[in-house]
Ligand binder design. Structure first.
Ligand code: NAI
Ligand code: MG
Length: 336
């Protein structure tokens, strides 16, 4: 089978981790009998320089047609400049569920062994929508909008996933003691959905306490269900349990299409130096392979990846190794 997939390598470390990931997918596909027709697009500052658009119309069209995209990180300027490409794509395609599994790989030393938790982050609303105005030069206003529709469908995604995968417990994370109306509506919807799933334990934790609870004992969490901004922050926190941002994958899921990307950003501090760990994007690609019914290819890659981690000889610097992006990806290919 040949799969048409929209590819956005991104910038910073994006092109390096994307090249590594593609090479591994191609090599695995050769063994399992699947191939890929990559439709390659720039986005962000690079796209603007070439086409005058931050997100070229052809890219939108490609995602509409292929309905699956693999995406590297794209730099978002701080303060002024253009709006986040990530946020724009998530809103444009209504990719309302951001699914982020945080799972320990074998062989890595950590204060938190055998972590296996999942984050469901609402992906289209909240303060993250960036609805902001200057009231006057000295007062800025950011609008937090939480809807019944948005909250109910992310809760439903989390509970459906729990049921399908035999997960036992969902914590809705909120700050409804302070934001009584917006976060109040969010947990009200989560609670309502929970009543349709009597086999899944449902609890609510306040987000600041959750940060402490996670660091003290992350094992008390199974599925974290939360709003957009809290989910953004908790994802980076949770990535540290399993070795950091170089490892944790993600999927932006909607009714029509899906974009698979790592949790991490463009890491300008290590870009272009063959230092980035491609594992996070590779594991995002593994999620993508499951999504397009290529489970055999997905499993093959995951097994090879775990073999390389268990051996511990060719790891990147972020997880205590000495190898570069390319050497690491060659080791994964050799282990396939
Ligand atoms: P970042 O995630 O790019 O980097 C944070 C730290 O983690 C850095 O020390 C970096 O070197 C390290 N790191 C990240 N990914 C790594 C990898 N694969 N291997 C090894 N080390 C890795 O976060 P930062 O620096 O706050 O953001 C940089 C840019 O990325 C910003 O413009 C931000 O807006 C953008 N960004 C884009 C995202 C996306 O495209 N989905 C997501 C998050 C941030
Ligand atoms: Mg983030």
């Amino acid at each position: 089978r040949t799969h048409k997939i929209t590819l956005i390598p991104g910038d910073g470390i994006g092109p390096e981790v994307t090249a590594a990931t593609i090479n591994i997918l191609e090599a695995a596909g050769k063994q399992t009998g699947c191939s890929f027709d990559w439709h390659n697009y720039d986005a962000g500052a690079d796209a603007y320089a070439k086409t005058g658009e931050y997100i070229p119309k052809a890219l939108y069209k490609s995602i509409e047609q292929n309905r699956v995209a693999l995406k590297g990180p794209v730099t978002t300027p701080i303060g002024g400049g253009f709006s986040s490409i990530n946020v724009t794509l998530r809103k444009k395609f209504d990719l309302y569920a951001n699914f982020r599994p945080v799972k320990s790989l074998p062989g890595l030393k950590s204060n938190y062994p055998d972590i296996d938790l999942v984050i469901f982050r609402e992906n289209t609303e909240d303060l993250y929508a960036g609805l902001e105005v200057m009231i006057n030069p000295d007062i800025a206003q950011s609008m937090k909008i939480i809807t019944r529709k948005g909250s109910t469908r992310i809760a439903k995604s989390a509970f459906d996933y729990a049921k399908k995968h035999g997960r036992k417990k969902i914590h809705a994370i909120h700050k409804a003691n302070i934001m009584k109306l917006s976060d109040g509506l969010f947990i009200k919807c989560c609670k309502e959905v929970s009543e349709e799933f009597p086999d899944v334990t449902y609890a609510e934790h306040i987000v600041d306490n959750t940060c402490m609870q996670l660091v003290l004992n992350p094992y008390q969490y199974d599925i974290i269900l939360t709003e957009n901004l809290y989910g953004d922050i908790l994802s980076d926190l949770c990535s540290a349990f399993v070795g950091g941002l170089g490892l944790v994958p993600g999927a932006n899921l909607g009714a029509e299409c899906a974009i698979f990307e790592a949790v991490h950003g463009s890491a300008p501090d290590i870009a272009g130096q063959d230092k980035a760990n491609p594992t996070a994007l590779l594991q995002s690609a593994v999620l993508m392979l499951h999504h397009i019914d290529e489970a055999a290819t997905a499993d093959k890659i995951q097994a090879a990846l775990e073999k390389v981690y268990a051996a511990g000889k060719t790891l990147t610097r972020d997880v205590g190794g000495k190898s570069g992006t390319r050497a690491f990806s060659e080791a994964v290919i050799a282990a396939l």
